[in-house]
Design a binder for this molecule. Structure first.
Ligand SMILES: Cc1cc2nc3c(=O)[nH]c(=O)nc-3n(C[C@H](O)[C@H](O)[C@H](O)COP(=O)(O)O)c2cc1C
Length: 444
């Protein structure tokens, strides 16, 4: 369909799951949705088996260490995100129920110490046989700060300063053991070779960490590192340390711009652009026909409070007060933020182009947050993915299933075979480790 400029043969696919699993904030109310994924481990075994049968690269557990909005519980009684399994505990258990799929989770640098992170993810890499991934985010919620003896969330710049040093320490600790450091020599009594175990002796602005890590070199050499975001700070840090970048990009132009920014930043650091996989999020409503897909979207959105969605759109646009506008009237003219080329402003632009009402724009933005959304049949979805993949906007995608398990099932049973038929996606896993599955170069 278009010119092939992508270096990889196959796209990489992750599924983004959090709390109960339903990405859409009202997904749990869908008649077929799971409601108890926040504490029922069996649901996660089913999710993981479905994703693994679909040959997805990785199951990613997003996380927050708080109930967001928890200071006004009455106002959030419709939120399913109040109950969630602790990600590392969850993934360690899932490791025993899966064989090939990567297992990644968020752990925020603001609320952990690097030694804990290096140890936890190093252990998960051992337990899973080389399938661990760490999503290194700074953490963005006031409610999280309040659970960790602070009354405010650090400013963006400060968070990234700490995060950069944090990640360096984690990487350093993961290099504590050479691959052949453990001798297990019963005869000589030498358990390990001291010349092959390295003490970090890190002394920096935020951390003093002596090391070595008390976990040996893991099957992947070290776990996969993911960075999530879209700002210059994300590109800066991601191009330095990340193997994968998750990002929210609402349209092709924005995604292509971000993709080339990351790849250029990698090049400038002397890294191969292929050593970082850029995976934008994709919110999907898939039907055998377009009408069926639209009906799935509408069924979910009938429950959304339009006023609430309009208020949320104002917030997404950076604090625009939309309360005086009629949700049933066309999008009002807005100054400034809505003119941005990517991000939530894209929903406004798309809405204008399609004569959507303010309410319709707000509901779409609420469904996808800052991510791209597709409502369509199998060909529509595959065409979209192929276009982004072949034209320098994505190495793969982070799937955001509105309703679990339905959306993931639709994707794996309908779209995966189409992508495979087009030669865009694997039919078998490439190897036992996540690094191999992602097609990343071996570590030096
Ligand atoms: C796909 C994706 C997943 C994310 N997962 C988490 C998460 O699990 N926990 C969290 O606190 N923030 C998460 N974030 C938020 C980011 O860490 C970051 O704060 C946000 O995207 C703003 O990025 P920026 O600072 O680069 O603009 C995620 C972002 C994206 C795009």
């Amino acid at each position: 369909m278009t010119t092939d400029t992508s270096p990889s043969k196959h796209m990489n696919l992750a599924v983004f799951l959090t709390a109960d699993g339903n990405y859409h904030h009202l997904g749990w109310r869908h008649p077929d949705a799971v409601v108890d994924g926040g504490s029922n481990f069996q649901r996660w075994v089913e999710f993981a088996h479905m994703a693994e049968a679909g040959k997805l690269d990785m199951l990613f557990v997003a996380d927050q260490i708080a109930i967001v909005g928890g200071s006004e519980l009455e106002a959030i009684t419709n939120s399913s995100k109040v109950d969630r399994l602790e990600p590392m505990t969850l993934l360690s258990a899932l490791a025993s129920h899966t064989k090939n799929i990567g297992l990644a989770a968020t752990a925020a640098t603001s609320y952990w110490e690097p030694y804990n992170i290096a140890r936890m993810f190093g252990s998960l890499d051992h337990i899973s046989g080389g399938r661990a991934g760490w999503n290194c985010v700074t953490g963005g919620q006031l409610e999280e700060a309040q659970n960790f003896s602070r009354d405010r969330h650090e400013p963006h710049e400060m968070r990234y300063e700490r995060a950069n040093e944090f990640a360096d320490v984690v990487m350093g600790l993961w290099n504590s053991f050479d691959a052949d450091a453990l001798l297990y020599d019963k005869k000589s009594g030498q358990f390990f070779d001291p010349s092959k175990v390295h003490t970090l002796n890190h002394r920096g602005k935020h951390f003093q960490v002596k090391g070595p890590l008390n976990v040996s070199r893991s099957p992947q050499g070290r776990p996969i590192v993911i960075q999530a975001g879209g700002s210059d700070a994300t590109v800066e840090m991601g191009s330095r340390i990340a193997d994968v970048i998750f990002t929210a990009q609402a349209d092709f132009e924005g995604a292509r711009g971000f993709y080339s920014q990351v790849k250029e930043a990698a090049r400038q650091r002397g890294r191969s652009p292929d050593s970082i996989k850029v995976m934008p999020g994709l919110s999907l409503f898939i039907g055998k026909t377009r009408e069926e897909a639209r009906a799935k979207f509408d069924a979910l959105h009938e429950m959304v409070d339009v006023r609430d969605a309009v208020e949320g759109l104002g917030r997404l646009l950076g604090g625009v007060d939309l309360s005086g506008y009629d949700p049933d009237a066309p999008m009002p003219p807005l100054e400034g933020n809505d003119l941005r080329k990517s991000g939530p402003g894209t929903f406004v632009r798309i809405g204008r182009e399609n004569n959507y009402t303010l309410g319709q724009v707000a509901v779409q933005a609420k469904a996808a947050r800052n991510h791209c959304m597709i409502i369509g049949n199998v060909q529509d979805v595959a065409d979209h993915m192929e276009h982004w993949f072949r034209n320098g906007a994505a190495d793969g995608f982070n799937l955001l299933p509105a309703v679990m398990p339905n959306t993931l099932d639709d994707f794996c049973s309908l779209v995966v075979p189409e992508l495979q038929a087009r030669g865009l996606f694997r039919t078998e896993y490439e190897g036992p480790t996540l690094r191999e599955v992602l097609g990343l170069p071996a570590l030096a």
